[in-house]
Ligand binder design. Structure first.
Ligand code: HEC
Length: 93
């Protein structure tokens, strides 16, 4: 029940926040775009494919944990707060 409410709030937040153009700069300055492209696969999956794969699943927290965890994702330099912003941006594509 509680999880459902939190998930609902997250989805609402995503819809309200919408795509933030500043995040493209953040993705670049954080080094994400060395391995990711928006449209196509590079070393990592294209961000639009990531968005499609996680559509409607409330995976935001799990993705932030995965990307910052350094286990199932190559180590990155961005802060957790920046990764949160970036994951939101990716999922909104
Ligand atoms: C050194 C290369 C590299 C860099 C830098 C990198 N990534 Fe990735 N990323 C990958 C690879 C490879 C995968 C696929 C990993 C997998 O799912 O097994 C991936 C997957 C992902 C996924 C999808 C995970 C999933 O389970 O669907 C997201 C979201 C993501 N990266 C976000 C980011 C963000 C945000 C940054 C910048 C802070 C970033 N990545 C920087 C290589 C990179």
């Amino acid at each position: 029940m509680r999880t459902a409410v939190v998930a609902g709030l997250l989805v609402a937040g995503l819809v309200l926040a919408g795509p933030v153009s500043a995040s493209a700069d953040l993705a670049k300055s954080s080094g994400c775009l060395k391995c990711h492209d928006i449209e196509k696969k590079k070393m990592g999956p294209g961000f639009k494919d990531v968005a499609a794969a996680h559509k409607g699943k409330s995976d935001e927290a799990a993705l932030v944990a995965k990307v910052t965890g350094g286990k199932d994702h190559p180590p990155i330099k961005a802060s957790e707060a920046d990764v949160k912003t970036l994951v939101k941006w990716v999922l909104a594509m």
